[in-house]
Structures are given as structure tokens and as C-alpha cells.
Write a protein that binds this ligand. Structure first.
Ligand SMILES: Nc1ncnc2c1ncn2[C@@H]1O[C@H](COP(=O)(O)OP(=O)(O)O)[C@@H](O)[C@H]1O
Ligand SMILES: [Mg+2]
Length: 360
């Protein structure tokens, strides 16, 4: 695929032209709402980069000069950042070969510990941003990348804002509605706890919970009918209003879609992070991570092996299998997998709960 400067939005074209002396553009990405992104190769260093153009003219967005000062193993490395004019700025970041978290979530079945390690890395990045007095405001899988080192890093700083002395920033409503914290709709304010809320959603997705991206997936039959009768912006406004109701009622997570082995204590953490009432949420990312550390100390890993989820306990390995319509718990002994008749679970979830109590 050849890349032409004609593809570049007018307001960034001039700067792209100048950048061509140092970079060879390969492709662009138009899926995002808060900027314009091009992939390129740094000709001198022979290194792939991502160049992101973003709006910063409202005085709330992070200044380009400060972006390149961000330095943390869980934050995308910005090699250069610069203002184009009073409205737009751009930054040049390292290319992440591993793609984004959406791709990672689709690619394979991850062990429970693997998913929670990923979460800890992501949350560490958010905690760092907060320590610098910034809120990310657009935490979601497509804005989290897998760096060369294999580490998860926060990217897409197009929504990052500096927080005022009271810890809040005026909200600019460009980012994805699905991840918008409930309070953002009424008060138009964003705080660190908005990021905590989004981290809760990301943790839920990392554990395998379903969160449909298509707004139409949230429609009732009546909504579908109403939507079909509308066109253009009215249709979008209606779709957004449906989504807003789900979010403000605190109903967007369906814990039943989480895999059977996800322990209750992890669900409790997600619930607390995503409470509609900010006062009931974790106050800081560090508090959330503390809760997670506590829970994980008494949790063993669940891994997928030959199509079977196995609990890797210190005492032994266990699994739950469906035999003739009922679920049994098996333990791995020297002779192989053996059914343990002391356990009489009604279903997979209660089998996992019994294994949890047995191994913890
Ligand atoms: N540095 C990077 N390395 C690899 N992929 C990237 C990088 N930056 C962005 N991407 C990919 O491009 C997509 C869009 O980039 P992003 O910065 O999120 O901009 P926007 O959402 O405003 O389009 C991301 O979801 C990701 O898949
Ligand atoms: Mg993005």
C-alpha cells in the first residue's frame, strides 16, 4: 500500500511534508476520534514510529513539551513532541510491534495470572500519569499497546489532560462513549477516579468479560425500531442516549459472561472500580492495585491446556470436567487425573469455587 500526503487532513499536511525529510510514511489510521495517526520509518535510525497529531488548543490538553518528559516502563515512549500551531500538536512515539490490547485479547486464551500481570502493568502506567497530575481519560484496549519488550504500555495521549488543583479537569467529550464514566455525562468533569472506572472495564475485558463495541448491540427491540426510523446525526444521538442510560445505571458489565474460573474476589474489585457513585469507587489506582495484590496472593493460576482449564495449585492441579451432563472435580495425581467424589458441584462455576476453597 502506498501512502500519499493527499490522505493527510489539511491541517497536518504541511507538517507531514516537512517530516518527510526524516521519515518515510507507510500508512495511516483513521479509526480514532481524537486525532490523526500515521505510521512511518525513521530513515536515519531505520526504526518504525507512530506519529500522532492531536488537538491541544483548549488549554486543558497536555503540552507537547511535557509529553516527551513522560518516562515510565508502562507508558509509550515519546521521542519527540512539538506544537504545530495554537490548536494542534504532534508527537513521535516508538512503534509497538505487539499491536494493541484488542488484538491481544482476540489472539489467545490467556492464563488468569497472565491477564492480571498485564493489568498490573497497565495500572502502573495510569498511576504514574496520575502522579504527574495527568488523567488519561481514554483508557480502553485499543489505546493500550504491547511494546517491543512484551510489556503493556499506555498510548494514545490524545485525551490526556492536566488536572487542576482540585484533581479535576473539564471534560471534552470526544472520547469513546462506551468507556465514558457515568459522572462525565452530568458534570462534564473528569477526575482520577474516571481513569479508575475505565481500568475496571479493562480488567473485566482482560478476564474475558464481554463488552460489545457496536452500539446497536445495546438496543432493545423498541430501540432498534426507533433507530431504524432515524437518519444521520439523529440516529447517532439516539444510539448514544441508549448507551448513556446503560452506563448511568451501572449496567454495562455482565459478570455472567466472565469465564467460570474467575474468582469472586476479582469480580469484587471490578465492581468497586466501576461503581456509579464515585465515593464508592477506589480513591486511587494504588488502592485498586493494593486490592488486587491482596486477592492474587491467595489465588492460584488457571491455565488452558489441551482445551481444558486447569487450576495450578500449590498442593496439586485440579480441573472440572463435564461428564454425562454433570460436572465433576478431578485432581491430578501421579497416576493421572482422578475424580474426587468429595466435591459435588451443581455446575462449572460452583466447581471452580470449590477448587478455589480447596487450593487457597
Ligand atoms: N506506537 C504504536 N505502535 C503500534 N500501534 C499503534 C501505535 N500507536 C497507535 N497504534 C495503533 O493505531 C491505533 C490508533 O492509534 P491511537 O493513538 O489510539 O489514535 P486514535 O485512536 O486517535 O486513532 C491504535 O488503536 C493501535 O492499534
Ligand atoms: Mg486511540
Amino acid at each position: 500500500m502506498t501512502f500519499s500526503l493527499d490522505q493527510v487532513p489539511q491541517e497536518f499536511r504541511g507538517r507531514c511534508q516537512e517530516l518527510q525529510s526524516a521519515y518515510e510514511f507507510t500508512s495511516d489510521c483513521t479509526k480514532g476520534a481524537n486525532g490523526y495517526l500515521v505510521f512511518a520509518k525513521n530513515k536515519q535510525l531505520n526504526r518504525k514510529v507512530a506519529i500522532k497529531f492531536y488537538y491541544w488548543g483548549d488549554g486543558n490538553h497536555v503540552e507537547p513539551a511535557n509529553l516527551s518528559k513522560l518516562e515510565h516502563e508502562s507508558v509509550l515512549t515519546v521521542d519527540h513532541a512539538e506544537a504545530i500551531d495554537k490548536d494542534y500538536a504532534f508527537f513521535v512515539a516508538r512503534y509497538c510491534e505487539g499491536g494493541d490490547l484488542d488484538a491481544w485479547l482476540e489472539s489467545h486464551n490467556h492464563s488468569l495470572n497472565g491477564a492480571m500481570q498485564a493489568f498490573e502493568q497497565i495500572a502502573a502506567g495510569v498511576s504514574y500519569l496520575h502522579s504527574k497530575n495527568y488523567a488519561h481519560r481514554d483508557l480502553k484496549p485499543s489505546n493500550i499497546f504491547v511494546a517491543h519488550s512484551g510489556r503493556f504500555v499506555l498510548g494514545d495521549f490524545g485525551s490526556v489532560v492536566a488536572l487542576g488543583l482540585d484533581g479535576s479537569a473539564k471534560s471534552i467529550t470526544k472520547h469513546s462513549i462506551l468507556y465514558r464514566p457515568p459522572e462525565d455525562f452530568d458534570q462534564n468533569l473528569f477526575t482520577r477516579q474516571g481513569d479508575v472506572y475505565q481500568l475496571g472495564l479493562v480488567m473485566y475485558q482482560l478476564l474475558g468479560g464481554s463488552l460489545p463495541y457496536e452500539l446497536s448491540a445495546w438496543f432493545s427491540a423498541a430501540d432498534r425500531k426507533k433507530h431504524a426510523a432515524l437518519a444521520g446525526p439523529d440516529a447517532d444521538i439516539f444510539a448514544n442516549s441508549v448507551m448513556q442510560k446503560w452506563i448511568q445505571r451501572g449496567r454495562i458489565l455482565d459478570f455472567e459472561t466472565l469465564p467460570f474460573y474467575v474468582p469472586t474476589k476479582l469480580k469484587t474489585i471490578i465492581r468497586r472500580a466501576t461503581r456509579v457513585n464515585i465515593a464508592e469507587r477506589y480513591n486511587t489506582v494504588a488502592d485498586m492495585l493494593g486490592g488486587l495484590n491482596n486477592a492474587m496472593q491467595r489465588t492460584f493460576d488457571w491455565v488452558l491446556e489441551d482445551g481444558q482449564w486447569i487450576a495450578r495449585g500449590r498442593k496439586c492441579d485440579c480441573r472440572c470436567v463435564e461428564v454425562g451432563g454433570s460436572v465433576v472435580v478431578e485432581k491430578c495425581q501421579t497416576s493421572g487425573w482422578r475424580r474426587d467424589n468429595r466435591f459435588n458441584p451443581a455446575d462449572l462455576r460452583s466447581a471452580a469455587q470449590m477448587i478455589d476453597e480447596f487450593l487457597s
